[in-house]
Design a protein around this ligand. Structure first.
Ligand code: PLP
Length: 479
């Protein structure tokens, strides 16, 4: 496919700008570019066709089944976009006087109130732009808390071996040492090992519940209590909140700080690099350290932005985070309501269990008892016996027009495929996919060699994944 820079012709499409109706001022030569501005010069038809062609080469939740475990690729209702498009939200400037953006401040206040209620937290900041960014922010809250108490020796964050890679990465970036906590053979946090690892140097513990194996931590109260007893704080990675919305709250499980991935649980766009939103919520004891400004309600019912937070860890993003993403998430919450959110989680768990039970005779499922919103398949045996890897299976799925599950995660499962169907898939779709998975497995057993050649129907087959990750060519260089 040609790049947009390689399409069109000189002078084409330039009349899109209206004639200048203000006096022309000479620009200081120091600020002028001294090389030609190389912009695509295409007609509207070419532009439209270009983006349609690009669109056909991508795969999103609107194209088909997208069970990317841990990522919660649920359908994004169109009403979310309708609300975000309203001029009162989309045509404002972040530096406008507060009395002209009262509606926007109310959106932030309402979203904070509802998300705090859903998570059991007391306050929230919407600045972080993604889950990992939320982790980084939340860990800084933990750091600020210990520092404010003069407790300087707490420099370790405990992280289970099943954790998402961003957990240890964020802890390291926030200046902590990471201590790995092993899992039991049942796939849960090894409480006895945890008890041996905690101590006077424990700053905190990071956990997602249900965990990355799709299992609810049965000993969660004892786990969080163990950390509290040692003087540490508990961090909830909210990536898996879709399993428990309206049913269980991290705040009631003993967590002190959480991040949410609005682009997962709360049906805002996900993928392609965002814009995402990873709000951080905390209990009162950490609220004074949150990034400022915070939205506050005045006694007359109006709202203001509060900047006078001397102990704040500071800003982690410009202004107030990805505000229009928040509008979408609030729309989702208001549309579904209390019961709707609970139903969404219940259906997510039901869909995952339905798929797992239909597949467990065919595939090896290391933890086959009831799962939460996702489950993990291991293809270790298939790889050993037939030479067919998780990657091979994932590649065939592309030819069936469905997106593969998350691969090779969590790291503690060999040849892992992590399936999260989400609540927005109908039973008919699940049945079709289950039949496809079984058919692929049969082919892998009977004709393993053929599995190394797929996909045959996609634009790109098997790119060099190391090169694509390590040396991506993302910029067009003009001649
Ligand atoms: C368990 C878990 N934690 C954290 C993250 C990081 O979230 P984000 O991709 O929004 O940075 C993810 C992302 O998939 C995740 O699955």
């Amino acid at each position: 496919m040609k790049l947009i820079f390689e399409k069109g012709n000189k002078g084409r499409g330039c009349e899109l700008l209206p004639p200048c109706d203000v006096p022309i001022t000479e620009v200081n030569p120091n600020f002028k570019r001294n090389i030609e501005l190389h912009l695509p010069e295409v007609s509207e038809t070419e532009l439209s066709r270009h983006y349609t062609e690009l669109m056909k080469r991508t795969f999103g939740v609107n194209d088909g089944f997208y069970p990317l475990g841990s990522c919660t690729m649920k359908y994004n209702p169109k009403i979310n976009d309708e609300m975000a498009k309203l001029p009162g939200f989309s045509e404002i400037h972040p530096l406008q006087p507060e009395d002209t953006i009262q509606g926007c401040l109310e959106v932030m206040a309402l979203a904070e109130e509802y998300l705090c209620e859903i998570t059991g937290m007391d306050r929230m900041s919407f600045q972080p732009a993604a889950g990992a960014h939320g982790e980084f922010t939340g860990l800084h809250l933990i750091r600020a808390y210990h520092k404010s108490r003069g407790d300087k020796k707490r420099d370790k964050i405990l992280v289970p071996d099943s954790a998402h890679g961003t957990n240890p990465a964020s802890a390291t970036m926030a200046g902590f040492k990471v201590i790995n906590v092993p899992s039991t053979k049942e796939g849960l946090v090894d409480l006895e090992a945890l008890k041996k690892l905690v101590g006077e140097d424990t700053a905190g513990f990071m956990l997602t519940n249900p965990n990355t194996l799709g299992l609810f931590e049965e000993n969660i109260l004892e786990i969080t209590d163990t950390i509290h007893q040692a003087g540490g704080l508990n961090y909830y990675d909210g990536a898996n909140l879709n399993a428990i919305m309206g049913i269980a709250r991290p705040g009631d499980m003993g967590f002190d700080v959480v991040h949410l991935n609005l682009h997962k649980t709360f049906s805002t766009p996900h993928g392609g690099g965002g814009p995402g939103s990873g709000p951080v919520g905390c209990k009162d004891l950490l609220a004074k350290f949150l990034p400022s400004p915070q939205v506050m309600k005045n006694s007359d019912g109006s709202f203001r932005l509060e900047y006078n937070n001397e102990q704040s860890i500071g800003r982690v993003k410009a202004f107030y985070g990805n505000f229009l993403i928040l509008v979408r998430a609030l729309t989702y919450i208001l549309t579904l309501g209390r019961e709707g959110l609970k139903n969404a989680s219940e259906s997510a768990v039901l869909n995952a269990n339905y798929m797992m039970h239909q597949l467990k005779e065919t595939f090896s499922i290391p933890f086959p008892k009831a799962c939460m919103h996702e489950f993990v398949i291991s293809l270790e045996k298939l790889k050993k016996e037939k030479g067919v890897s998780a990657l091979d299976i994932a590649k065939v799925m592309l030819d069936y027009g469905i997106h593969p599950p998350t691969m090779y995660f969590p790291l503690i499962i060999q040849e892992a495929l992590m399936v999260e169907p989400t609540e927005t898939e109908a039973k008919e779709t699940l049945d079709e996919v289950i039949a496809i998975y079984k058919q692929i497995y049969e082919e892998a057993v009977n004709n393993p060699e053929s599995l190394h050649n797929y996909p045959l129907k996609t634009f790109i087959g098997r790119p060099d994944e190391v090169m694509a990750a390590r040396n991506p060519i993302l910029r067009y260089r003009a001649e």
